[in-house]
Design a protein around this ligand. Structure first.
Ligand SMILES: [Zn+2]
Length: 430
C-alpha cells in the first residue's frame, strides 16, 4: 500500500488516481470498469497503475484453481458442474487478487491459453489438457497493457481477443487448440491500459475505434502544474495512509448508489440529441457518475458527478466539437440548478481544460449562432450544407465546415533552418 500512498498527487495526475480507484471499487462489486490513461511518456501513468495493485483486496477461490473459481459461482471446466458439497470437500483459499500484464511480445497462446505441454509429455500419465493463458488467469482481477496503441497496431489478433474480453460484462474468452474441444470461459476482468497518443502509431481511437469504445473512460494524464508539485515529487514523500474516500469506495456496495432520475433522462437526451454512436457512452457515464458518488459517500449520483465524468467518457468517442457542445449544454444545465443542490466538485477536469479550451467553446458557440442566423437564408431546407440554386446568395454552413489548421505555426524566415529554406511539392523522378 505504501508505494501507492507515496506517489505524489497533483493537478495533472489526480484524475488517474481517481480512475483506478473507481475501477477497483467497481471490480470489488463484481462489475468490470475499463480505463485507459493517455499521456506523454514520463508523466507517471504506469507508476500509478502498477502501484494501484496494492489497492486490490484478496479473493477467495476454490483451492488451487488456476481459473480463480469463486466457490459460490464456479465457472471453469473443472469445477462448474460440481455440487456445493463437492466444492466444500475441495476446500477454499484466499489469494492475492490477480494483476497480470500483457507485454508487447505476447502471443495468442500465452494470452488466451494453449495445450499444457507438461501434462501432455508426462511419461506416467500423459494428458491432453489446456493451460489457461493470462486472461483466464486474471479472472476477478486486473489486466494491464502498457502502450496499448502499439500492441493493437502490431497484433490485430490480440485486439480481437480484447474485443471479446471487454465486449460484455462479464466478457468471454475462447480457447481453441487443434484436436481439442473449444473451451469458452466467462472472464470478469478490468482492463487497464496506458498509451502515448503523440507517438506512433497515434491514439487508440484512431487505430482501432471499436476497441477504444470498449474503455469506459479515458483519462488524459497531465504534467505537474506547479513548482511545488515537482518539489514534492523530488522529495518523494506524500504519506502512508490511503485517502478516506478510497477505503470507503472499495468497501461499499455500488448497488446502493443510484443515478438520479433527472440525470438518467438527461443521458437519454444526450444520446439522441447528439447522435452518440455507441450506447456504451451513456452506460459508461452512468457507471462512472455512480462510482464518483460512491467515493464521496453519496447514495445518489446527480448532475455534478455527470459533469465531472462526461469528458472522460466522451473524449475517445466523439469529436472535439461534439464534446465541447455537450459540455456547454451540461454546464448550462448545472447553472440552472439552485446552488444548494450542487455538491462541491473539482472544476472541469484537466482533460477538459486541455480539450475544451475556452477558445474552442467560444468558437463552437459562435459557429452555432452564425448557423442559426444563416438557416433562414438557406435555399434548400434540410440540406444543411449550402445553398446551390435559386439564384440567391450562397452560404456555407459553418457547422459543416472542416477547418484545417496549418500543421506548424509560422516562424520568421530568418529563423528557418537551412534544410527547410527550399522545399519541393513532389518526389523527384527516379
Ligand atoms: Zn475452477
Amino acid at each position: 500500500m505504501s508505494e501507492y500512498c507515496r506517489l505524489i498527487r497533483h493537478q495533472g495526475n489526480q484524475n488517474l488516481f481517481q480512475a483506478v480507484e473507481m475501477s477497483v471499487a467497481s471490480l470489488v462489486n463484481g462489475q468490470p470498469f475499463h480505463i485507459q490513461a493517455e499521456g506523454l511518456r514520463g508523466t507517471g501513468k504506469t507508476s500509478i497503475i502498477r502501484a494501484a495493485k496494492a489497492l486490490l483486496p484478496p479473493i477467495t477461490r476454490i483451492k488451487n484453481c488456476v481459473y480463480n473459481c469463486d466457490p459460490v459461482k464456479p465457472h471453469c471446466p473443472l469445477h462448474r458442474h460440481l455440487a456445493a458439497e463437492k466444492i466444500e470437500l475441495l476446500g477454499v483459499e484466499q489469494v492475492p487478487r490477480p494483476f497480470l500484464e500483457i507485454s508487447q511480445a505476447a502471443k495468442i497462446g500465452t494470452i488466451v491459453g494453449s495445450i499444457d505441454l507438461a501434462k501432455l509429455t508426462d511419461r506416467q500419465n500423459p494428458l491432453a489438457a489446456l493451460l489457461p493463458g493470462t486472461i483466464p488467469q486474471a479472472h476477478r482481477g486486473i489486466i494491464f497493457i502498457d502502450e496499448v496503441n502499439r500492441l493493437v497496431d502490431t497484433s490485430p489478433e490480440l485486439a480481437d481477443v480484447l474485443l471479446d474480453v471487454m465486449g460484455t460484462k462479464p466478457g468471454r474468452v475462447q480457447i481453441e487448440e487443434p484436436g481439442m474441444p473449444v473451451v469458452e470461459l466467462p472472464v470478469n476482468v478490468c482492463v487497464w491500459a496506458a498509451s502515448n497518443p503523440d507517438e506512433d502509431p497515434g491514439a487508440l481511437s484512431t487505430i482501432r475505434k471499436q476497441l477504444a469504445d470498449r474503455f469506459d473512460i479515458t483519462i488524459a494524464m497531465g504534467r505537474p502544474d506547479s513548482a511545488q508539485a515537482v518539489i514534492n515529487i523530488l522529495a518523494g514523500q506524500n504519506g502512508n495512509r490511503l485517502p478516506v474516500n478510497v477505503v470507503r469506495s472499495v468497501s461499499c456496495h455500488l448497488e446502493n448508489t443510484i443515478l438520479s432520475e433527472a440525470v438518467r433522462q438527461l443521458l437519454a437526451k444526450l444520446y439522441i440529441d447528439y447522435n452518440l454512436e455507441s450506447l456504451r457512452t451513456v452506460t459508461a457515464m452512468e457507471t462512472a457518475a455512480r462510482l464518483v458518488a460512491l467515493q464521496a459517500g453519496r447514495t445518489e449520483a446527480g448532475l455534478a458527478e455527470l459533469v465531472q465524468v462526461a469528458p472522460w467518457a466522451l473524449a475517445h468517442r466523439v469529436n472535439e466539437n461534439t464534446l465541447a457542445a455537450i459540455m456547454e449544454y451540461l454546464n448550462g444545465q448545472q447553472a440552472e440548478l439552485p446552488a444548494v443542490a450542487l455538491p462541491v466538485t473539482e472544476p472541469v477536469t484537466a482533460f477538459a481544460k486541455k480539450t475544451i479550451s475556452r477558445w474552442t467553446a467560444l468558437w463552437y458557440s459562435l459557429k452555432r449562432r452564425v448557423a442559426t442566423l444563416l438557416q433562414g437564408q438557406l435555399r434548400m431546407p434540410g440540406c444543411g450544407r449550402s445553398s446551390r440554386g435559386g439564384g440567391g446568395a450562397q452560404f456555407v454552413d459553418p457547422l459543416h465546415t472542416k477547418i484545417i489548421a496549418p500543421p506548424k505555426s509560422a516562424i520568421p524566415l530568418s529563423q528557418l533552418p537551412d534544410e527547410q529554406l527550399v522545399t519541393r511539392n513532389s518526389k523527384p523522378h527516379v
